[in-house]
Design a protein around this ligand. Structure first.
Ligand code: 2P0
Length: 347
C-alpha cells in the first residue's frame, strides 16, 4: 500500500465489535483558534475559520460494556497513557450525563495522522469520539449541538464535525449562555483549493498546544493585538472565500498564522515551534509567489507547514517543496467531509 493510501483511507478494526463507528477528518485553520476565555467549557477568545481535510482520518468505535468497572481506551491498538484516558473518560462522562446512563465503554481509535505533531489529531479524535459516543449512548444531537459537545473535548474538534470550510463562532458570555452560543457551522467557498501539507517533523511536539496556548496568552504582550486583529482577519477571509479571491484569503491566513507564532515567540519564556525547515519552506513559498503562483502558508502549533493554493497548482507546489528536501513527507489535501457514523446495535 502506498503512503497516500495509508493516510487517506480510514483504518478498519481488526476485531469485530458491536458499537457504532465514527469517521472524522482533521481541519486546518486559516484563522486560528488561540486562547480560551473559559478553560473548563473550552470557550475561545476569538472566532476561527478552517478547512476540513480529506486526509488523515480518525476512526473511533465506542462499545458499551455494562459489566466492566472502568472505561478502556486504545489508540491504534495500544492502551493510551493515563492522562489521555482521563481526558476521554471525562468526555464520556459528559455524554453519559446527557444520556442519564452510567455504563463504562470501550473506546477504540485508529489514527492515520501523526498523533500530537501539530496536525490536528485532537480535532479529528474528539469529533469522531463525540459522534460515536452519542450514538453508543443513544443521545440524539443535531450537528450544531454535536459541534458544541466535540468542543468540550478539544476546541478545534467542533470544526471537524462539518466538511469543507467552517467557522467556529466564539459566541458571547460565560456558563450556559457561552456554551449555547459557541458552535461551528459550515460556510460557502467559491474556490477550488488544495492544502499541500509538508510534514517537517512527525514526532510528538515537546509542548502540547493546550499548554502553549495557556502560557502564551498569559505572558505574551502580543496576544491582545493578535486577538484584536483576528476578528477582522476572520471577516476578511470569510468574504474572500465567498468571493473566490484566493490571494486575499491566502494573504490574511498567512498573516494570521505568523502572528500567532509571533505571540508564541514573545511569550516569556518564549515558545518556538518553527524549525529551520519551516522557515526554508516560507522562503520557497515567497519565491513561488514571485513566479506567479498563488501559494500561502499556514502553520499550527508545530513545525509543519500547510500551503494553500489552487487545486491545479498543488503539483507545482509539491515539486517546489521537494526541491528543498526530497525526503520530506508531503501530502495534498482537499476540502474533506464532515463526521459520519455507522453501525451499532446497542441503543
Ligand atoms: C487551530 N490550534 O485553530 C489552532 C491553531 C493549534 C494552532 O486548535 O486546548 O488542541 O484542546 O481546545 O483544539 C489546537 O488546539 O486545543 C488548535 P484545546 P486544541 O487549529
Amino acid at each position: 500500500m502506498s503512503t497516500s493510501e495509508t493516510t487517506s483511507r480510514p483504518i478498519q478494526f481488526a476485531r469485530a465489535g458491536s458499537g457504532p463507528v465514527a469517521i472524522a477528518y482533521p481541519n486546518m485553520a486559516l484563522v486560528k483558534y488561540w486562547g480560551k476565555r473559559d478553560e473548563s467549557l473550552i470557550l475561545p477568545v476569538t472566532s476561527s475559520l478552517s478547512m476540513t481535510l480529506d486526509i488523515f482520518p480518525t476512526t473511533t468505535r465506542v462499545t458499551l460494556r455494562p459489566k466492566a468497572a472502568v472505561d478502556t481506551v486504545t489508540l491504534n491498538g495500544r492502551r493510551v497513557p493515563p492522562q489521555t484516558r482521563v481526558r476521554v473518560e471525562r468526555f464520556l462522562d459528559l455524554v453519559r450525563d446527557m444520556a442519564g446512563r452510567s455504563e463504562p465503554a470501550r473506546v477504540e481509535t485508529n489514527n492515520t495522522v501523526p498523533t500530537g505533531a501539530g496536525l490536528a489529531s485532537s480535532a479529528s479524535g474528539f469529533a469522531a469520539l463525540a459522534a460515536a459516543a452519542t450514538a453508543a449512548y443513544g443521545v440524539e444531537l443535531d450537528a450544531r449541538a454535536l459541534s458544541r459537545l466535540a468542543r468540550r473535548g478539544s476546541g478545534s474538534a467542533c470544526r471537524s464535525i462539518f466538511g469543507g470550510f467552517v467557522t467556529w463562532h466564539a459566541g458571547t458570555g460565560f456558563g450556559a449562555a457561552g456554551d449555547e452560543s459557541c458552535y461551528a457551522e459550515p460556510i460557502e467557498c467559491a474556490l477550488d483549493v488544495a492544502l499541500v501539507v509538508a510534514i517537517v517533523d512527525a514526532e510528538p511536539k515537546a509542548l502540547p498546544s493546550r499548554t502553549a496556548m495557556r502560557h502564551s496568552v498569559a505572558t505574551s504582550p502580543f496576544y491582545l493585538p493578535w486577538a484584536t486583529a483576528s476578528r477582522t482577519d476572520l471577516e476578511q477571509v470569510h468574504a474572500a472565500l465567498a468571493a473566490g479571491d484566493l490571494e486575499r484569503a491566502g494573504q490574511i491566513a498567512e498573516h494570521n498564522a505568523l502572528g500567532m507564532h509571533a505571540v508564541l515567540l514573545a511569550a516569556r519564556p518564549a515558545i518556538r515551534y518553527l524549525a529551520p525547515r519551516s522557515l526554508r519552506i516560507l522562503d520557497r513559498i515567497e519565491r513561488l509567489r514571485a513566479d506567479g503562483i498563488s501559494a500561502y502558508a499556514t502553520i499550527d502549533a508545530g513545525p509543519n507547514v500547510a500551503v494553500l493554493c489552487a487545486r491545479h497548482d498543488a503539483a507545482r507546489v509539491v515539486v517546489a517543496l521537494r526541491e528543498l528536501d526530497d525526503t520530506m513527507a508531503i501530502r495534498i489535501a482537499h476540502p474533506g467531509p464532515g463526521v459520519t457514523v455507522t453501525g451499532g446495535d446497542q441503543r
